[in-house]
Design a binder for this molecule. Structure first.
Ligand SMILES: [Fe+2]
Ligand SMILES: [Fe+2]
Length: 174
């Protein structure tokens, strides 16, 4: 449900829950094979594109802070790694090795968001600004479930991200 205000704790819990979901999705890609793996990878890409777009639009841009700039930089690198993974055959060991590296860097990135960036950004944020962060994150699973469009399987991560950013740019930022 749309919130006009929120608290730092609520935003933290929602972010942490999404990170947990990303961890599970990464494990699912690792633990499956064949068509199940391809479908798990597509689901991971969709969720990650939306999560990243919500963060870039409402969290990393909240303050001009070095700790947020580092997170944006890590997300750019994650996008590049995604493009490499997309070009690989998911049945190969090379894919599994690259995915393991991607997962490891994603764990570091998510912990930095939870324990370094978010506490710093939310310390002085208004309840309204926290409400906007909360609402944006809450849209992520909703949009991930939508069928059709550019987020569906077959689209590349870069175009999913562009679509996701366009979606989040329509939410009020002030
Ligand atoms: Fe992120
Ligand atoms: Fe995140």
């Amino acid at each position: 449900m749309e919130k006009t205000t929120s608290t730092a704790q609520e935003v933290f819990e929602l972010l942490k829950a999404q990170h947990e979901h990303i961890r599970e999705m990464l494990a699912q890609v690792m633990d499956t094979t064949g068509a199940a793996r391809d479908s798990a990878f597509g689901a991971l890409e969709r969720f990650l594109a939306l999560h990243q777009a919500a963060e870039e639009t409402f969290i990393h841009s909240h303050e001009d802070s070095p700790v947020s700039q580092e997170r944006v930089h890590e997300e750019e690198k994650a996008g590049q790694l995604m493009a490499r993974l997309e070009a690989m055959d998911t049945a190969t060991e090379a894919f599994e090795n690259a995915l393991a590296k991607f997962a490891a860097s994603m764990m570091v990135h998510m912990e930095a968001e939870e324990y370094e960036e978010l506490p710093e950004l939310t310390r002085n944020a208004s309840p309204q600004a926290l409400g906007r962060m909360y609402n944006a994150l809450e849209r992520v699973p909703e949009l991930a479930k939508q069928k059709g469009g550019r987020l569906e399987a077959g689209a590349i991560f870069a175009s999913m991200l562009a679509y996701a950013k366009a979606e989040f740019s329509t939410l009020p930022s002030q």
